[in-house]
Design a binder for this molecule. Structure first.
Ligand code: SF4
Length: 410
């Protein structure tokens, strides 16, 4: 029996590694003297460099799937080892791992076994056992299965801290090409429902303190990068729309790992585009915290990010006519657009200017990366960049001479 569980665990944790849409931020569920604590796991989270989070039991309920998405290792036509946990097994495993201090929470995803409702019901049952039978108050992130009944999505939302519906592919054309059984409507419906549920709960809580939580840590999604021919402009525009329309906490990008052969897929030999994934994460940061719009970063003439420089540097080099700006006069928004100046250092500059003029020697203490910023700013009238504001020459100064190949994670 134990052997069987271990075997399933091996198969289903391995199958879950391709899903990166998990993170534990933003929840403070109290434990009411039961076991587990979402605050501890939610706030003291860690991510690996590429955005994958740790200290959750990340597992699939099953890898039996009725769908045949070309890019997916679990697709119905693949001849792989299959396994399926019962809801009771998932709950027991989570508690066992939690008690051994291996994990702080659960990330439960699933392939679509039999039909979306059946899969969603199994997920909900596991959550009910965890929350009610074991009194587990720790962090739980579950996948909303597209196509599942809205009542089931609602039930899951009342038990989980975070939910995610994976968009997977950035455009409808790519969905038709690589995942024809998936429909845009089925992906967006649960997202819309979760968004509305969160808004209603927030409103109700103002009047009734006893209103139960509904997805308190918000929702997220994942897009696979490089499986389809979509360019970065399409991806980043989609990302912006998802934040605007569905109030997502995060959009995760997952560099495509070539696991299947297929005439519509990139070759198995192609290295995963990890640098591209990294650039998209940087651009996502610019959208969320630096007040950039997607179509400022890329356009039809330049639809992909430069892999050698980060998106903010790329924007600055493409708009060299806006520079240099004077540190002692620029607005907060203008400072945010300077490579080498982050949100904190821009804020500190504005604050310090209220007391005294800023000198070049102050910039490093403020947190400005001056070796990058110096090409784009004057400080007290002093410019320490190049003799000419020439984008190409600045680029040559800033691009590292040697580039190293990033290794695959899998
Ligand atoms: S539905 Fe999900 S698990 Fe099933 S083949 Fe498609 S991507 Fe894979």
């Amino acid at each position: 029996m134990r052997e069987l569980i271990l075997q399933k665990l091996k198969i289903l944790t391995d199958a879950a590694k391709y899903d990166v849409s998990c993170s534990t931020s933003g929840v403070n569920r109290t434990n009411n003297r039961k076991i587990g604590n979402a605050s501890a796991s939610g706030i003291c989270h860690s991510w690996s460099a590429d955005g994958r989070c740790i200290s959750l039991l990340k597992i699939l309920m099953t890898n039996y799937c009725i769908f045949d998405c070309e890019y997916c290792v679990n697709k119905a036509s693949n001849d792989i080892q299959r396994a399926s946990f019962s809801s009771e097994e998932i709950a027991e495993l989570t508690i066992e791992f939690y008690r051994r201090n291996y994990i702080e929470g659960l990330f439960l995803s699933s392939a679509i076994e039999k039909n979306p409702n059946h899969t969603m019901e199994k997920i909900i049952k596991a959550l009910l056992i965890l929350r009610n039978q074991y009194g587990f108050s720790g962090y739980i992130h579950v996948k909303a299965i597209p196509g599942a009944d809205p009542i089931l999505i609602k039930q899951a939302g009342l038990l989980a801290d975070r939910m995610s519906v994976n968009i997977e592919l950035p455009s409808e054309e790519s969905l038709k090409l690589l995942a024809p059984q998936k429909h845009k409507k089925n992906l967006f419906l649960p997202m819309k429902q979760i968004k509305q549920g969160i808004e209603e709960t927030t409103l109700d809580k103002k009047h009734f303190k006893s209103t139960p939580n509904f997805v308190p840590a918000g929702q997220s999604t994942q897009m696979i990068i490089g499986a389809s021919p979509d360019n970065d402009l399409t991806i980043i525009k989609n990302t912006q729309n998802l934040y605007k329309h569905f109030n997502l906490k995060r959009v995760y990008f997952s560099a495509y790992v070539p696991v299947n052969k297929g005439q519509n897929l990139p070759s198995l030999q192609l290295a995963p585009p990890l640098v591209r994934e990294h650039r998209l994460y940087q651009a996502d940061w610019l959208l969320r915290f630096y007040k950039f719009e997607a179509d400022e970063l890329l356009n039809a003439n330049q639809p992909n990010f430069d892999l050698e420089v980060d998106p903010k540097m790329m924007w600055a080099l493409n708009h060299i006519q806006h520079f240099p700006i004077e540190i002692n006069q620029a607005s907060y928004e203008e400072l945010l657009r300077v490579p080498g100046i982050g949100t904190k250092s821009a804020y500190r500059i504005i604050n310090q200017r209220r007391c005294s003029r800023i000198r070049v020697e102050d910039l490093q203490k403020i947190g400005v990366v001056y070796k990058r910023a110096k090409y784009f700013v004057t400080c007290n009238g002093t410019y320490e960049g190049l003799k000419e504001m020439d984008a190409q020459m600045i680029r040559e100064k800033l691009v590292p001479k040697k580039t190293f190949e990033q290794l695959s994670l899998f």
